[in-house]
Design a protein around this ligand. Structure first.
Ligand code: HEC
Length: 420
């Protein structure tokens, strides 16, 4: 039974109402994405700034500052003025009431990201979440609500496992090296599982979301509560528990190494060559480790050391991924050399039948207001322009989405052989 035929037919509605609904959906998507990117820039920017500040601190030259408990300071020039940051090792005398706290940026990023995930993926799970090519038959056969529940469980379990690793392996920050290694292994496993359980695009996004959820939950469950306890103790004239500070630092450090990989995973859905690759999890793992290594270079640099081994190792991993994801040529070149191969007309005929319901200036597929990903095949000229991308998504099986329009293997072979 084909998935195309088994899809429930859309309830009859007027075309106008339907395209209005699709348009409002698109508009909400745009607003949420705008918010998400801005909140993420503000959060990550501030977090990178504070890691830089912490690593740039130098012992104060001024004797009286040292006596006041200032452990380190940084001078900076920015925006036409001079800034003088001081970090107190212990409770400063007379902690002011108007402390600057940082948490809403983190929460806004997570909430807007989750809302986007619901709107885009969970609202249309048969298209976007199910992996019909999964090696695990049960995963390939999941229904919409089942795969939605699985995605939520995946996010939740990601946090639970990460949090338990931190609590069990290095509860008093005594084995942070081992913990980092365990977290790295865990993320690679998450990448692998995600590509089995979910469609390629969702797999990248969900691996990024597991990391990003850990980042936000670190802020919500550990960093901010710890800081609140510290401030409370100081205000009561007591010595704060040093573990609160150290634990907050441990989680902040994880967040730092997560940032670069998470940003790549979040933008990966623009790059079909990444998520349609048969070893997509390996590509993900390479980029995650490369991102963490490159971040390490900057962390160490702000502490005054240049260790180029980190970015060199990161770049080497990126080169490995370049080689791994390289398209396998052959068929079409042979066809061209021999002077045969399908014509543009033949390919356009296939694409018109299998793709244009969605990929048209005015798609007939319910729920689409505009051509998805900006890809339209109404004319042969459009198809010609999109040759490389078209061949790639067809060869990998990514398009037609979930093979809704029942493209045959013979048609795929024809498109693979097309070269002009
Ligand atoms: C059921 C609707 C549907 C059908 C049928 C469909 N697509 Fe798509 N296509 C989408 C959606 C939705 C996206 C955007 C999601 C994405 O970017 O991954 C997309 C994205 C694309 C992209 C852009 C991917 C990228 O990021 O480079 C290409 C190219 C593409 N489709 C080609 C095709 C071809 C070729 C066919 C027919 C063989 C086809 N599609 C059939 C819905 C469809």
């Amino acid at each position: 039974m084909s998935r195309y035929c088994s899809r429930p037919t859309a309830t009859p509605r007027t075309g106008a109402a339907e395209s209005m609904e699709a348009y409002l959906h698109e508009f909400t998507n745009m607003l949420l994405r705008w918010l998400h990117v801005i909140a993420a820039i503000a959060w990550i920017g501030e977090s990178i700034y504070f890691v830089m500040l912490d690593n740039s601190l130098r012992t104060p030259k001024d004797e009286s500052a040292r006596r006041r408990g200032v452990a380190g300071e940084m001078w900076a020039v920015h925006g036409g003025g001079f800034y003088h940051n001081q970090k107190y090792a212990t409770s400063p005398e007379g902690l002011p009431d108007d402390l600057h706290w940082s948490y809403w940026k983190a929460y806004t990023t997570w909430l807007s990201g989750f809302a986007l995930f619901v709107l885009l993926y969970m609202a249309n799970p048969a298209f976007y979440l199910v992996n019909p090519d999964s090696a695990w038959a049960w995963a390939a056969g999941l229904s919409g609500w089942q795969v939605n529940l699985l995605a939520l469980a995946f996010l939740l379990l990601g946090w639970v496992v990460y949090n338990e690793l931190c609590k069990r392996l290095s509860p008093n920050m005594e084995r942070d090296g081992l913990l980092s290694l365990a977290v790295a292994v865990m993320i690679v496993i998450v990448a692998y599982l995600s590509t089995q359980l979910f469609s390629g695009r969702a797999a990248f996004l969900l691996t990024g979301a597991v990391m990003a959820t850990a980042m936000s939950a670190n802020v919500f469950f550990w960093i901010i509560p710890g800081q609140r306890r510290m401030v409370k103790a100081m205000r009561a004239g007591e010595t704060p528990d040093p573990l609160d500070g150290k634990r907050g630092k441990q989680r902040s450090v994880h967040n730092t190494y997560f940032t670069l990989p998470v940003v790549l995973l979040m933008i990966s859905n623009h790059y079909a060559f990444l998520y349609t690759h048969e070893h997509a999890w390996l590509l993900m793992a390479l980029f995650i480790i490369a991102g963490a290594l490159i971040r390490q270079f900057f962390v160490v640099m702000h502490a005054g050391k240049i260790q180029s081994a980190y970015p060199v190792a990161g770049a080497a991993l990126i080169l490995v991924s370049l080689w791994l994801a390289m398209p396998q040529g052959g068929g079409s070149d042979t066809a061209r050399a021999a002077g045969y191969g399908p014509s543009l007309e033949e390919v356009h005929a296939i694409v018109t039948e299998r793709c244009v319901t969605c990929h048209s200036q005015s798609p007939s597929q319910p729920g689409f207001a505009s051509p998805p990903a900006g890809v339209a095949y109404d004319t042969q000229a459009q198809l010609q322009q999109l040759m490389a991308r078209t061949k790639q998504v067809v060869a990998s099986g990514y398009m037609p989405l979930g093979n809704m329009t029942q493209m045959t293997e013979a048609e795929r072979a024809t498109i693979a052989a097309w070269s002009q």
